[in-house]
Each structure stands twice: as structure tokens, then as C-alpha cells.
Design a protein around this ligand. Structure first.
Ligand code: 0A1
Ligand code: ZN
Length: 853
């Protein structure tokens, strides 16, 4: 089963070339005769030529399909098999297309199309996987109703929509909502369900199920509650109600991404839905709640209103990420969620936006769309919506959203459609704002200030460095939320949103009794890099007094960075004033524990490397690591007398519950434990490990012990206890690498790839090992180059099985130009070796080519 034509050079697709398909697909009937290596798919599709079509070419996508037969209106036809699909002569009036193809789910290790995971059949069709199931116009602007018959001897056989009937060896499904093929799903296997139900605001009873493999039933309750909360929240906040009688979620072990919003049949990576106190950490619980919400929210933002083409991906993803962030903020803590999101944005999106992979939230070209499920499309896409909401105000935002759902329900839309509803609902022009969608790169915002005779002036200058294909950038609209504090800590001006539209612009405040301390970019009101000359004393002042919790954290974070930069560059000792400020905050029991934990979390070493690079220095990963170690050691010593009390005070008694309050306390407790371990070598951690009845505490203790190189016994015990739990084993693999010393990181990872439980075929396991390696800044970038080589070896091997996950993981190399010539040439050699591999996939070829450019 090979493509009809030989491989050719990868093709580039352009937004500007968009052309509608010349036919409507009025209905789709699919029959699946399941067999692991020889599944037959029989399609019957009613097509109608569009009267006004400019192009009537009848091209159906198809890849890795064995065509058995094709008919038009019941007559056998012989289509022409071409690169990526087929073409056929068709009538000028509506007609019925039928095709029978054979596919091999068991041999599908790419996990795209119909594949098998642990003897279970499942599908992944976004973005372009449906073409591996049958011949079809596999593009999101072709929407149709699907009726599906599944034949096989699997105990459970599911598809989208509502069940129409089932009997011995068959099941039928019908989805009344027209949808693009990327939302098609099928699941069949030995599954058990955790049931639930939800009554919508208009009184409709919806049956809910989470389907899992037998043995995982006890890990479904949390996900079910999260689903019900999401359904309620979307009704309360956006007025959006669920639209089928049934909502199914299925957990699968082998999945390239987090989860997928298939209509009425969401498919989840088991790591993003299964949870129990014994096996999941607080962070897992929070993430699972958010992802369930995200996929559920897609039912309206993605499914009912979808994308015209894949260039518009951020239309559904940016909006849905924005909505899930609102949900998490409402369920948990708004400032904590905002801080976590900004940390993640800086860790994942900023490096992308400031390196060779930079692209706008709406890219204008791609070779492989799977390479554009990026932090820029998702997270920056969400930031853009946050700015829009801030600029138009809450009331206008919901007015525009209401119009969006009214005007575009059932359509495949563009960013232009999206902005137009805001223009129409608010009367405000958004042509300059639209630059956020078309320009790549993170804007730098330089701030200077002036004070004289009661008048305070803030001057902003914006600029965005060149990015691939975009040498020059126009000034954007940037909402900058600003508040002013008096030197005694009172707020003298409440938060106000300044709207920057020019390259350089000043704003004045009158009638101030003294020079204020500005709190700029409150709540991180725009995804920019703020550049402002200020002192550590002022940062410490804001850490203590700012009324905006985000900026209070931000001041602490900026201080932490400055201190580390000084340690790296000048070999300075950790700044005493900063240590004092931290001590004061940690000991202040009036402060939210989750907030204190975040202030105690050091900036990432990669972030320090980027800061040094931005200031014209070549970062030395080992020095950055050493500075971090010295800092933590010094902080532990400074806090020595308070640590036992703090540890006791933040220990959560009673049975574990994954709520935000307990999680915040445990996060702080975990930070305290890691400091304590610096002083006692692991005595307390060993006790905590022994006593832990939940994964959060067990994992924190094991991490502290491994970091202290005193956790061998516990690591073995952990393995013994959890070897049959795939998700917990992923943690075990990752933690050993994350906690290894830099000179041992690559060797630890290499040894783990030889472990009997390592598997190249399971993306979670591969990511556990290589995500941890790439995430260990000093270990991955160790001067030996072993980390680079190990990753490259394994990417080359994985590419043959799973191009999509391989390509995503190439991003580990994207920051290579930050480093010294020696490291650069080591990385270049590995990238060149990957690029030169025979038969390298289109996915990986595109990524390494872009990174090398
Ligand atoms: N749309 C899903 C994510 C997703 C994207 C691509 C996939 O395969 C290539 C799978 C899932 C979401 O945003 O959750
Ligand atoms: Zn999504």
C-alpha cells in the first residue's frame, strides 16, 4: 500500500492561493469492515456541482489507500491516481460517488487516520488524516452530514453524533450537524464507560460517557466532573448549549497530541483525561480540567463554526485557548492562572517567535500543516484575543461573540470574518489591530519616564525584530495597562489601559504630589518584551507593594533574573536585598501559598540564556546552571531556621483533594521541601516519600531525593509500585533525567532508552525521555554534545515510525543560534545529519530546513 506516485519535493501551500472546492458534499455514508491489517472502507457520497464554481476539477485527497473499486451513480469508473489523491471525470449535475478502499490500521505507527492503540481501533483526522481513511475532499470548508456503519466484533463501536442502532457485529451512527472531515472519529474495542449526565439550560438531557480500557475505571470521576463544569460554564458565560443527546470521551494511550474535539466523540491522550489522587499530581489535575474544557468548548468554537482553511487555525485554537483560560481562572485563581500562562508563553512561544521558526498567528504558507500546531497559533492566538477584549471592553466583547455565533453558525470562517463581527458590534476599526495576525515576532516595548512639577510622562517606543520572510514591521496597537503607586506604596492611579498605536508615543499624568512608581503592563496586557531601565530597589518595592498580583510576581521574576544574570556575568554573590525580600514573602502567611510558590519558582535557565543573549552576551549553560544551584543553596541557608516551621505549616492534612487551595499549599510545600533537602540531604524528603498517599507528594519527594543524588532506593521502590501504570511510568522516566546533573543527563536518558519499558512507538514515553532531555537546559547543552547527538539519533529513528511527533520535537534545536560557536557547530552537524537522512518525512524535512536557515 504505497502512494500512487513517487515522492517529489515537498510542495508549499499559500494562503493567497485559496480556492473553494467546486462541489458541495451533501451527505456522506461510510461503512467500515474492521480488520487489523485489512480494514475495508466503503464510502457513498452525494456531490453537487456548485453553480458559481470557478474551478470544477474533481480532486479527492487520498494517501496510503488501496483502491478496490470506484463508481459514479452505480457505474464502475477508473479514476486517475495522482500525487496525494485522485481525479475523475464527473457529471455536471448532482451524482453519487462510491469507493471501496483497503487500509492497514495495525501498520499505522504515524497515529494519523485509522490506527490501533493497545488493540483498540481509533482515529485522528485533524488536520489531514481523513485522506488516509478514504478518498475525500479533505479540507475544512467542505462540510457534510455523516452516517457511519461499523462492522466488526469489537464489544464497543463508536462514531460521531447519535447512535442509530446496533446488533451483533455492527453499529450505526448519524451526526446531524454538517462537519468537515477532520472532525470525523471512530473508536472500537474492549472499552468500559464511566457514565454521567447533564441537563442543559433548555432542559435537554445529555448522556455523558468517558470510555476507558478495563482497569482504568477508577480514573474517570474527575474528568467527568470537569466536563459537567465546562458544559455549565459555557452556558453561563457564553450562552452556549450542547447540541447532541450524547457526548463521549475516549482515552487512548497512543496519541500524538493532547486531545481532539471530534464532534460528540472527543478522543483524549490518556494522560490528559485519566486521573486519580494516587497517580496524578496537582498539575495533572489542573491540566486535565483545562483540556476537557478546551475540547468541549471547541464544540462551538471550532465545530459549529470551523475554519475555512488551515491558515485560519488560530481562529478556533486561539479563541478556544482563550476560553479555557477564562474557565480555569473562574474555577481556580485568576492571578495564579495568568502567571502560569505567562510563564508558559515565555517558555514556549517567545523562543519560537524570536528564532528561526517564527511565524504569525495566521501563517501565510506551510509545507506540512501539522507543523503549525504551535505555541504561536495557540497561545499567542489566545493573547491576541485577550488584547482585543481589553481594547473593546467586556460588554462589547460578549456582544461581538454573540454576533459571531449568530452570523457564522454552520460556516467555515476566516480571521477577516472574526474581526468583522468586532467591527460591526463595536463600530471600531481593526485594520491596524489585524497586524497581530499577520506579523511574526515579539514586539519590544522600551519605556522611559519623566517627572516635573506634578506631571509624569511615560514614553513608549515599540519595535519588532526581523523574522523569517518579514524584515520590516509596522507599529501595532498595543494595550498597556498601567497603574501608578506613590513612594509609600499607595496606589495613586488605578489601572488604566493606554493604547499605543505609533512607533513612539507619550502619555501624561497630571497632579501628582511626587514622582510615582509605575506598574506597567499589568496582568501582562500584551505579549511583548518590556525594556525599562530600573533598579532592583524599585523591583523589590513593586514585589512588596504592587496592587496588581501579576505585576507583583513579575517584579519578583525580573529581580530573580537580574540577580542570576549578575551572578553569571560577574560571579557576584546572590543579592542580599533580594534574598531578604524573598524571605519576607515566604514567611508572610497572609499571602496566598500558590502565589508564594510561584515567586519561589526560579526563572527557567533557558530564559536566563535568552536574557543574556538579548543583552549581547553568549550564554554559557553550565555557568547558568551553577548560578541557579548557588542561588538555591544560599536561599536555603538564609531560610534555614524558618524552613521546618514553613514545611509543617504548608503540609496539607486530611485526605487529598485536587482543589486549587490544597494544590497551592502543596506547591509551596514542595518548594520548601526542595530547599530543606539542600540542608538535610533528604531526610525530610525520605519521610515524605514514605508517608505520601498521593502522587503530588510522592513525586515531589522523589524529585528532591533524586536531585540530591540520594534517591536510588525510592526510585526503585517507585518503579516496583507503579511499573504497570503507563502514565506514572512516564513520570518515572522523565524525572530521572530532569533531576540528573548536567554531565550525566544525556547518559541517564541514553540508559533509559535501553530500559525494557522504553518504547519508540508510544509518543508519551518518547516525550517523557526526550522532552525531559531537551528541557534540561545545562544537560541538553552540555559541551560534550552528547545530548544533541542522542536526540538526533532518536529523531532519525522515530521519523520512520511517527513523523509528526519527530517534527515537533525538532523544536528542541530552535534556540541554537544563542550559543557559542562550538555548540552551534555541534548542533548544525546534527541538524544536517537529520536533514540528510534518506526518506526523511515531509514533516521533519520542513522543520530542520527552517531551523537551519
Ligand atoms: N485540535 C486539537 C489538537 C490536535 C491537533 C492536531 C492533532 O493531530 C495532528 C491532534 C489534536 C486541540 O486543539 O485540542
Ligand atoms: Zn484546540
Amino acid at each position: 500500500m504505497k502512494d500512487a506516485s513517487p515522492a517529489t519535493a515537498p510542495k508549499t501551500f499559500y494562503l493567497k492561493d485559496y480556492m473553494p472546492f467546486g462541489y458541495d458534499a451533501e451527505s456522506v455514508h461510510l461503512t467500515f469492515r474492521l480488520a487489523p491489517e485489512t480494514t475495508r472502507v466503503i464510502s457513498r457520497i452525494r456531490f453537487a456541482p456548485k453553480p458559481d464554481a470557478a474551478d470544477r476539477t474533481f480532486f479527492l485527497h487520498g494517501e496510503e489507500l488501496k483502491l478496490i473499486s470506484a463508481k459514479i451513480d452505480g457505474q464502475e469508473v477508473t479514476p486517475e491516481l495522482v500525487e496525494g489523491g485522485l481525479t475523475c471525470e464527473v457529471p455536471g449535475a448532482p451524482f453519487t460517488w462510491e469507493a471501496e478502499v483497503e487500509i492497514n490500521p495495525a501498520g499505522n505507527t504515524a497515529l494519523e487516520g485509522l490506527y490501533m492503540s493497545n488493540r483498540m481501533y481509533c482515529t485522528q483526522c485533524e488536520a489531514e488524516g481523513f485522506r488516509k481513511i478514504t478518498y475525500y475532499p479533505d479540507r475544512p470548508d467542505v462540510m457534510s452530514t455523516f452516517t457511519v456503519r461499523i462492522e466488526g466484533d469489537e464489544p464497543v463501536m463508536l462514531s460521531n453524533g447519535n447512535p442509530m442502532g446496533q446488533g451483533e457485529g455492527w453499529a450505526e451512527w448519524h451526526d446531524p450537524w454538517p462537519k468537515p472531515a477532520y472532525l470525523f472519529a471512530l473508536v472500537a474495542g474492549d472499552l468500559v464507560n464511566h457514565p454521567g449526565s447533564f441537563t442543559t439550560k433548555s432542559g435537554k438531557e445529555v448522556e455523558l460517557n468517558i470510555w476507558v480500557r478495563p482497569g482504568d475505571e477508577h480514573k474517570c470521576a474527575f474528568g467527568m466532573e470537569a466536563l459537567k463544569k465546562s458544559m455549565k460554564w459555557d452556558e453561563d458565560v457564553y450562552g452556549l448549549e450542547y447540541d447532541l443527546d450524547l457526548f463521549n470521551i475516549v482515552a487512548v494511550d497512543d496519541f500524538n497530541m493532547g486531545a481532539m474535539e471530534n464532534k460528540g466523540l472527543n478522543i483524549f491522550n490518556s494522560s490528559c483525561v485519566l486521573a486519580s489522587p494516587e497517580t496524578s499530581t496537582d498539575a495533572n489535575f489542573e491540566r486535565i480540567e483545562a483540556i476537557i474544557a478546551h475540547e468541549y468548548f471547541h464544540n462551538w468554537t471550532g465545530n459549529r463554526i470551523t475554519c475555512r482553511d488551515w491558515f485560519q487555525l488560530c481562529l478556533k485554537e486561539g479563541l478556544t485557548v482563550f476560553r479555557d483560560a477564562q474557565f480555569t481562572a473562574d474555577m481556580r485563581s485568576e492571578p495564579v492562572k495568568r502567571i502560569e500562562d505567562v510563564i508558559a508563553l515565555r517558555a514556549r512561544q517567545f523562543p519560537e517567535d524570536n528564532g528561526p521558526l517564527a511565524h504569525p498567528p495566521r501563517p501565510e504558507q506551510f509545507q506540512e500543516i501539522n507543523n503549525f500546531y504551535t505555541a504561536t497559533v495557540y497561545e499567542k492566538g489566545a493573547e491576541v484575543i485577550g488584547m482585543l477584549k481589553r481594547l473593546v471592553g467586556d460588554e462589547n466583547y460578549y456582544k461581538a461573540l454573540k454576533l459571531y455565533f449568530e452570523r457564522h453558525d454552520g460556516q467555515a470562517c476566516t480571521i477577516e470574518d472574526w474581526l468583522k463581527v468586532f467591527e460591526d458590534a463595536t463600530g471600531r476599526g481593526l485594520s491596524q489591530f489585524k497586524l497581530w495576525y499577520s506579523q511574526a515576532g515579539t514586539p519590544r516595548l522600551k519605556v522611559s519616564e519623566d517627572y516635573a512639577d506634578g506631571t509624569y510622562t511615560l514614553t513608549f517606543e515599540q519595535s519588532t525584530p526581523p523574522t523569517p520572510g518579514q524584515p520590516d514591521k509596522a507599529p501595532r496597537v498595543i494595550p498597556v495597562a498601567v497603574g501608578l503607586l506613590s513612594p509609600n506604596g499607595d496606589e495613586v492611579r488605578a489601572t488604566e489601559v493606554l493604547e499605543l498605536t505609533e512607533a513612539k508615543q507619550s502619555f501624561t499624568y497630571q497632579g501628582l504630589a511626587s514622582k510615582p512608581v509605575p506598574s506597567i503592563l499589568r496582568e501582562f496586557s500584551a505579549p511583548v518584551i518590556l525594556e525599562r531601565e530600573t533598579t532592583n530597589a524599585e523591583r523589590a518595592f513593586l514585589l512588596a507593594h504592587d496592587t496588581d498580583p501579576f505585576n507583583r510576581w513579575e517584579a519578583g521574576n525580573a529581580l530573580a533574573k537580574e540577580v542570576r544574570v549578575a551572578m553569571v556575568l560577574d560571579g557576584a554573590a546572590p543579592d542580599a536585598a533580594y534574598l531578604d525580600a524573598l524571605e519576607k514573602l515566604v514567611r508572610d502567611d497572609d499571602q496566598d501559598p500558590a502565589f508564594r510558590a510561584l515567586v519561589l519558582t526560579p526563572p527557567s535557565q533557558s530564559d536566563i540564556a535568552q536574557t543574556l543573549f538579548d543583552r549581547g552576551h553568549t550564554p554559557d549553560p553550565q555557568k547558568i546552571y551553577d548560578a541557579a544551584e548557588t542561588f538555591t543553596q544560599t536561599l536555603a541557608q538564609q531560610l534555614e531556621t524558618s524552613l521546618p516551621r514553613l514545611y509543617a505549616a504548608t503540609t496539607v492534612d486530611g485526605p487529598y483533594a485536587p482543589d486549587a487551595e490544597g494544590a497551592g499549599k502543596r506547591a509551596l510545600n514542595g518548594r520548601i521541601l526542595s530547599l530543606l533537602t539542600r540542608l538535610d540531604g533528604g531526610e525530610q524528603a525520605a519521610r515524605q516519600y514514605q508517608a505520601a498517599d498521593n502522587m503530588t507528594q510522592q513525586y515531589a519527594a522523589l524529585g528532591a531525593l533524586l536531585k540530591a543524588e540520594n534517591g536510588e532506593a525510592q526510585s526503585q521502590a517507585f518503579f516496583g509500585q507503579w511499573q504497570d501504570d503507563r502514565l506514572v511510568m512516564d513520570k518515572w522516566f522523565a524525572l530521572q533525567i530532569a533531576c540528573a546533573a548536567p554531565e550525566k543527563t544525556a547518559a541517564t536518558a541514553a540508559a533509559l532508552t535501553r530500559h525494557p519499558l522504553f518504547s519508540m512507538k508510544n509518543p508519551n514515553r518518547f516525550r517523557a525521555v526526550f522532552g525531559a532531555l531537551a528541557g534540561h537546559h545545562a544537560g541538553f547543552h552540555h559541551a560534550s554534545g552528547e545530548g544533541y547527538q542522542l536526540l538526533a539519533d532518536n529523531l532519525i529513528a522515530l521519523d520512520k515510525l511517527n513523523p509528526q511527533t519527530t517534527a515537533r520535537m525538532c523544536a528542541a534545536f530552535q534556540t541554537w543560534k544563542r550559543y557559542d560557536a562550538g555548540r552551534q557547530s555541534l548542533i548544525r552537524a546534527q541538524l544536517t545529519r537529520i536533514a540528510g537522512t534518506d526518506g526523511l518525512s515531509r514533516d521533519t524535512t520542513e522543520m530542520v530546513t527552517r531551523i537551519l536557515d
